[in-house]
Design a protein around this ligand. Structure first.
Ligand SMILES: [Zn+2]
Length: 546
């Protein structure tokens, strides 16, 4: 999962010249004592931005939910207020000149749902604090590039506290670029646990605070191996710090968000140890392939590679890889909006569950189909990997990447056929990889898979439960005994869990006057004949892993 577009931002960063001449803005983060058991914390923030020259009423910075906000410039205190809307742009009542200093306090308090979607708000795990920049940092509204000093005051956190952000360990100076980069970064402070145990100047490090209740080190060692392998695969130097931020999520474990050189991933009920391996490769792929082309490219490539690369690296079994291909194919071919055009996806991404998953799955099948076409066109010499690597290297070199960049590559390497597939996919055409497009180890077969169907409309109640309405007659929920008017709770339905697994059941707790009960059902409706893939006996894995 990933919901933040960041590649345009990175391109800007990469092309800014005169890095040393850009002024230096300072971000000082001072977390207070944190204790999950007390569950009340404060973080004091001071942001200093030199060289401001803004007219009265111009937006100065966007401000998160905070208290004790004070703003000063060279002439002293500045009055102003934030817009009430979602952006919360703070505007001064007079002109502002010189060093802009923004000070405020952020309250940290875990709620049963604050690990929800997105899993990025300020939280306390153990004696540590963590948050993504977009949820707690004021972002100056400036058009010119700034160098940024990320600094920490850990004196209130007690002995042994350290700090880390997506920019690196502790105090870090970040090269010139737009301050909005602060939004797309994770921050953590406190008694931080690490894998590997000693801080690294470059390369992989996983960080967390508190006791997750299971051993995070084995899955993180696995992730570290994958990270090194992916660096080789994408032919990039492993010369940057790379951080995985781990947080507990009480509401919807398993969510992840990728940022530059880092990602946040959450553990919790059902997502511990081994099962985390299904999220980590996806988020890590974004590190290389994220750009602004659209969900079809960004999420499509992450889904395409999320099991393929671990399998090739020897970190997943053939069965696990095949299972991943088939779950993606089953969610795609049973999608009720399978023929929706790509343009319909973004406006409806959070309101329509079919469109939400369509971009992920269709993109992955599209890359598989292109892979087959390119292998055939090149007599097996070229694959989709070559095209994706070309895109990665163009982006890292600061080239502007557009859909035309991609289409031009398709035309050159494969020809009209691939361009036609691209245009068709964007219009909503159904993508159908050939039988051997996943390599000679796998072949297509037709299987019956049932479409996802909850069987009722869950209406939210004031106390966070759901009320069953519009129960579909003959649905699995009805057959299992749910009734209209029932008050129920059930685990959050995730796109990675129930929606992706045709065999996954839901167990609802049902609260009735006649007595509480629990009812399990398979949230599936009509059965469709769809493509799935199976292992071809007698062909060795080695023949398929290149
Ligand atoms: Zn994603």
């Amino acid at each position: 999962m990933r919901f933040i577009r960041l590649a345009a931002l990175l391109a800007v960063t990469a092309t800014i010249g005169g890095a040393q001449t850009a002024p230096l803005m300072k971000v000082l983060i001072a977390p207070g004592a944190m204790d999950e058991a007390v569950n009340e914390g404060d973080v004091r923030i001071t942001i200093t931005v030199p060289g401001i020259d803004a007219a009265a009423g111009a937006p100065l910075f966007s401000v998160p939910a905070s208290a004790d906000l004070t703003v000063t410039d060279a002439s002293g205190p500045v009055d102003g207020a934030a817009d009430p809307g979602g952006q919360r742009k703070w505007k001064a009542s007079r002109a502002v000149k010189g060093d802009l200093v923004i000070k405020y306090r952020v309250h940290v308090h875990n709620t049963p749902t604050n690990g929800g979607i997105p899993p990025l708000g300020p939280r306390i795990d153990g004696h540590g604090f963590s948050a993504a920049g977009l949820t707690f940092l004021a972002i100056p509204e400036v058009a010119t590039p700034y160098r940024m000093l990320i600094d920490w005051d850990l004196s209130a956190m007690g002995a042994g506290a350290t700090a880390v952000s997506s920019f690196g360990d502790g105090r870090v100076e970040v090269p010139a670029g737009p301050p909005v980069r602060l939004r797309l970064a994770a921050f953590m402070a406190g008694p931080i646990s690490r894998e590997p145990a000693a801080p690294q100047r470059t390369g992989f490090a996983a960080v967390w605070t508190g006791d997750p209740g299971f051993d995070l080190r084995p899955p993180m060692q696995w992730t570290s191996k994958l990270h090194a392998w992916m660096n080789d695969f994408f032919q990039t130097a492993n010369d940057r710090p790379y951080h995985v931020f781990l947080r507990f999520n009480p509401a919807n474990a398993g969510g992840g968000v990728a940022f530059p050189n880092s990602f946040v991933v959450t553990y919790g009920a059902g997502v511990t140890g081994e099962s985390m391996k299904h999220i980590l490769p996806h988020e890590m792929t974004h590190t290389w392939t994220a750009n602004d082309l659209g969900k079809w490219y960004d999420e499509g490539s992450a889904v395409y590679y999320q099991a393929l690369l671990p399998w090739r690296a020897g970190l997943m079994t053939t069965e696990q890889y095949l299972d991943d291909i088939n779950k993606t194919a089953s969610r795609y071919y049973t999608n009720a909006e399978i023929d929706a055009p790509e343009a319909k996806i973004i406006p409806n991404f959070f309101s329509n569950m079919w469109l939400n998953t369509l971009a992920y799955d269709r993109g992955a099948l599209y890359f598989a189909a292109l892979n087959g076409k390119l292998r055939r066109a090149s007599g097996g010499k070229r694959s989709i990997d070559d095209l994706i690597r070309t895109m990665v290297h163009k982006a890292r070199a600061g080239e502007t990447i557009t859909e035309d960049t991609w289409v031009t590559l398709l035309q050159k390497e494969i020809g009209d056929d691939a361009v036609a597939l691209h245009r068709s996919m964007m219009r909503g055409g159904i993508v159908r990889p050939e039988s051997d497009d996943y390599g000679p180890c796998f072949q297509r077969e037709i299987k019956k898979v049932r479409r996802y169907e909850l069987g009722f409309n869950p209406k939210s109640t004031p106390d966070g439960k759901k009320q069953v309405e519009g129960l579909v007659e003959g649905s699995e929920a009805a057959k299992a005994g749910l009734k209209n008017g029932d008050i129920v709770t059930y685990p959050v339905i995730t796109t990675e869990g129930v929606r992706r697994d045709p065999d996954a059941t839901i167990t609802a707790q049902v609260f009735r006057e006649s007595g509480n009960t629990s009812i399990a059902f398979l949230p599936r409706g009509v059965a469709l004949d769809i493509p799935q893939w199976k292992r071809v006996p007698g062909v060795s894995d080695a023949a398929c892993k290149n």
